[in-house]
Write a protein that binds this ligand. Structure first.
Ligand code: ADP
Ligand code: MG
Length: 240
């Protein structure tokens, strides 16, 4: 069953076209890895999927899902890394519009936050200060936060950027587990293409417009895949 269809999408910033005539469809349970050079429009596409940016052409059609029901892990900035709040407070901000329904009561919200911290193996960090955590721990917490707004679709923008190889592997394992065991559809943007491709079931390669969309296996053997994989370095192993 399809989760979303992107049809002839274009996105423009002040006259600059960042996405051009892009089309693809995502099925329930897919794990899509979005790859492309810096500035190729990956983050722009994610923000448009989330409804944070408006298409200037084409459309995004969701099936049985609204953009408010997507769990989002944005690309990190240095300022966010020092965010002065407790882990629990950070996770709770993900519960604000849980499932797009009427806000939960305090107790339920807290339970949801704790349940998701447990899912990502970070329950013991609940009372810690977010800014004092390691990079890998912070990403787990942000994943728990994203899980508070969805049981269906997770969008992760460069989740392993700046993580060491061990933390990278652990985060990839966790994301794969959520995809396989909880049947959450995943869209992951990554620079780390070789590893990302090992984790994902489908690949979308863009450079403003579509270069490749299809199964991971097919991508690895395609000319686009060969070119891109050829000049990337990988620090970790995958499970496929
Ligand atoms: P990626 O995530 O693939 O590195 P982005 O989607 O962030 O790429 O950016 C795509 C292009 O759009 C880049 O050329 C970038 O400079 C431009 N861009 C991104 N955000 C804005 C913005 N808010 N205003 C104007 N141009 C932007
Ligand atoms: Mg980006």
């Amino acid at each position: 069953m399809s989760v979303l269809s992107v049809k002839n999408l274009s996105v423009v910033y002040d006259g600059f076209e960042a996405i051009q005539d892009l089309s693809f469809t995502l099925e329930e349970g897919d794990y899509l890895c979005v790859v492309g050079e810096n500035g190729s429009g990956k983050s722009t596409l994610m923000k448009t999927l989330l409804g944070l940016l408006k298409p200037s052409g084409g459309e995004i059609v969701y099936d049985n899902l609204s953009s408010a029901q997507i769990g989002y892990m944005p690309q990190q900035t240095d300022i966010q890394r020092d965010f002065p709040a407790s882990v629990m407070e950070v996770v709770l901000t993900g519960c604000l519009k849980a499932n797009g329904r009427f806000p939960f009561f305090r107790k339920q919200v807290k339970e949801l936050a704790l349940k998701n911290l447990e899912k990502v193996g970070a329950l013991s960090l609940a009372k810690k200060c977010y800014g004092e955590l390691s990079g890998g721990q912070q990403q787990r917490v942000l994943l728990a936060r994203a899980l508070c707004s969805t049981e269906k679709l997770l969008i992760l923008d460069e989740p392993v950027a700046n993580l060491d190889p061990k933390a990278t592997n652990e985060l990839y394992e966790l994301i794969s587990k959520l995809n396989k065991e909880q049947k959450i559809t995943v869209i992951m943007v990554s620079h780390d293409i070789r590893c990302a491709v090992l984790q994902a079931s489908k690949v979308l390669h863009i450079d403003k417009t579509l270069l490749f969309f299809g199964d991971t296996e097919e991508y690895i053997h395609s000319s686009e895949g060969q070119k891109f994989l050829g000049h990337e370095h990988c620090l970790c192993g995958g499970d496929r």
